[in-house]
Design a protein around this ligand. Structure first.
Ligand code: ZN
Length: 160
């Protein structure tokens, strides 16, 4: 287990498109473990590989209260969106900042787990927001591209 350095806004790795994963090897499993450690250490609810400098289509999310398994997303694709939510969003790559972003209120995503088994996950509210935010990271898109109004300073928004 290891904590990786989180890349911050301005780092060009955050605006690049990540590559599809063809197979799960030991290196990828270590990356996923490290991403989980890094996310929990930073009190985030999600983290995408480009945020630790790796341009691979993998992200982790944990919006649950204690005890649930985190969500591992390999090659995630949005299948369906519905509704709308407008609210504050934060990102571990922009620590201490928050902005208002409109996202779908429901998303259905197809992805692979760490055994490379395909699955479908549905999310609403914070989970839907986190899924969209992480998939955006894999496409080199930051929430600052979707802001309504200005970035603000904060101490207490969930960062993904
Ligand atoms: Zn983020």
């Amino acid at each position: 287990m290891a904590i990786r350095n989180i890349r911050e806004f301005g780092d060009s790795v955050l605006t690049k498109i990540s590559k599809e994963i063809k197979e799960v090897d030991r290196k990828l499993l270590i990356l996923i473990d490290d991403m989980l450690d890094t996310m929990y250490e930073s009190y985030g609810v999600g983290l995408a590989a480009p945020q630790v400098g790796v341009l691979k289509r993998v992200a982790v999310i944990d919006v649950s209260e204690e005890g649930d398994e985190p969500i591992i997303l390999i090659n995630p694709v949005i299948l369906e969106v519905d509704g709308e939510q407008t609210g504050d969003e934060g990102c571990l790559s922009l620590p201490g900042k928050v902005g208002t972003v409109t996202r779908p209120n429901y998303v259905k995503v197809k992805a692979y787990n760490e055994k490379m088994e395909e699955y479908v996950i549905e999310g609403t509210e914070l989970l839907a927001r986190a899924l969209c935010h992480e998939i955006d990271h894999l496409n080199g898109v930051l929430y600052t591209d979707k802001l309504m109004g200005e970035l603000r300073a904060t101490m207490d928004t969930e960062e993904v």
